[in-house]
Design a protein around this ligand. Structure first.
Ligand code: FE
Ligand code: FE
Ligand code: MG
Length: 166
């Protein structure tokens, strides 16, 4: 931990670390939901959907990396065991039990919408007190906004294609 780096944070650091660990848990669950979703997805436009889900999985993992690094900088301990993810998560986990493309897209759109809400709140919380964390959250939030749009646009294409066939 950097003493000076931690001392410039003008908010409750332990509470902030707790919120960052909750987000870290969300990211691991999101990573796995995308990763396993890309394996089991089936139906029209499968290849395009697999490509996007796989890319999003790697991006969620990079968010986990950013959050864990920041938690350590603040003198905290990143979540150490997967059992804790379920206790800490804000957005939960939706198992892709039905692999149909539209169901998978809907589940992940819901997840992105939850992530956008969580990061938007974290942005408000850190805005004044911790510009370093604010900057990290802003990067992550920008990705989540992009993710929601990517998935929604795939869903639109899918619906257009199915309509034309009727
Ligand atoms: Fe993420
Ligand atoms: Fe995302
Ligand atoms: Mg994308």
């Amino acid at each position: 931990m950097g003493q000076k780096g931690r001392s410039i944070v003008k908010m409750d650091v332990d509470e902030l670390i707790n919120l960052l660990n909750k987000a870290l848990s969300d990211e691991w669950l999101a990573y796995y939901q995308y990763w396993i979703g890309a394996k089991v997805v089936k139906g029209p436009m499968k290849d395009a959907v697999i490509a996007e889900l796989t890319l999003h999985a790697t991006e969620e993992l990079s968010h986990a990396e950013l959050l864990a690094t920041r938690i350590i900088q603040l003198g905290g301990t990143p979540v150490l065991s997967p059992e804790e993810w379920h206790k800490l998560t804000n957005c939960g986990y939706d198992a892709p039990a039905d692999g149909y493309v539209e169901v998978i897209l809907d589940q992940n759109i819901k997840g992105e919408q939850c992530a956008i809400k969580v990061y938007s709140e974290l942005l408000d919380i850190t805005r004044v007190g911790d510009p370093v964390t604010y900057n990290i959250i802003l990067q992550i939030l920008s990705d989540e906004v992009e993710h929601e749009e990517d998935l929604s646009s795939l869903k639109e294409d899918l619906e257009l294609m199915l309509e034309r066939r009727r």
